[in-house]
Design a protein around this ligand. Structure first.
Ligand SMILES: [Fe+2]
Length: 273
């Protein structure tokens, strides 16, 4: 019997373009479809799908319309977040049913079993450099109110911009501008089990407020490991990926799945017995 009764599909940085437009020769819609098809075959019983921002590449209406088409008829409830490539107003024109916090930010709490996914909005169109993130006092107050009184280890935060320095100079230049305030809030609340993020297009793990923080790959294009360059747009054609969050009395564990590898056949290795 598993101690993880619930599954959540996690996607990030899907960067949908207008039909026919590619990114480094890759079609984001095709790559998203491959991830969704894989997840639907493997995990049709998941409780939800969360997409952690950079829903579109340019934040324009035709891209959000393409996204609507891509997300139709999925076996899971879909919860969308904003990234630096999104535009809040354009997003809400196409997805007006999206829950907002009282200040109009795209933030919500999604209960899954005894856990709570708390989806945060780090999108910022005011702070320079463009593409950096910000988590303002109003958003901090909202998050504090959600965390107060929740059981220890019951909350998983999801935010587009990782709240830790990644070591990628280009991405740290457009990181979460006031991450210290968010990390302090996380540290003060035993309710937080872990934080999930996107933005980097590379799997990595760090620490945010003394708790684990995982960064997931894009469903489309990835970032090379480059600890020198200040260029945040370096990209590489590696497989797209999605995350699988498993939740239950065992706690919260994040798995990752690369999609489109040459062979996905499962083979038993007799020499390992
Ligand atoms: Fe992105």
């Amino acid at each position: 019997m598993t101690d993880f009764a619930h599954k959540v599909i996690i996607l990030t940085d899907i960067h949908i373009t207008k039909p026919g437009r590619t990114i480094i020769g890759l079609d984001p819609t095709e790559r998203l479809r491959a991830c969704l098809d894989h997840a639907a075959r493997a995990h049709p019983d998941a409780a939800a799908l969360v997409v952690m921002g950079d829903l579109t590449h340019h934040g324009v209406k035709p891209e959000y319309e393409q996204l609507q088409t891509s997300l139709a008829d999925l076996p899971w409830p879909v919860h969308l977040m904003l990234g630096n490539h999104d535009l809040r107003a354009k997003f809400l024109e196409s997805f007006p049913e999206t829950p907002l916090d009282p200040n109009g930010f795209v933030q919500q709490v999604v209960p899954v079993g005894d856990h709570f996914l708390i989806l945060l909005d780090s999108h910022d169109s005011q702070t320079l450099p463009f593409h950096g993130g910000h988590y303002c006092d109003d958003r901090l107050d909202w998050l504090r109110a959600q965390l107060d009184g929740k059981p220890p280890g019951s909350c998983i935060l999801a935010i587009h911009h990782p709240p830790f320095q990644t070591g990628f100079p280009g991405m740290d230049l457009i990181g979460l501008e006031n991450r210290d305030a968010l990390n302090q809030l996380i540290a003060e609340h035993d309710a937080v089990a872990m934080t999930l993020a996107g933005h980097i297009h590379r799997t990595m793990w760090g620490v945010a407020g003394g708790k684990p923080c995982a960064v997931l790959k894009s469903s489309c294009h990835q970032a090379p490991i480059d600890l020198v360059s200040e260029n945040s747009s370096l990209s590489i054609d590696e497989p797209g990926a999605y995350g699988l969050l498993i939740l239950g009395t065992g706690g919260a564990v994040l798995l990752t799945e690369d999609v489109g590898l040459p062979s996905a056949d499962v083979t038993e290795d007799a020499s390992s017995k």
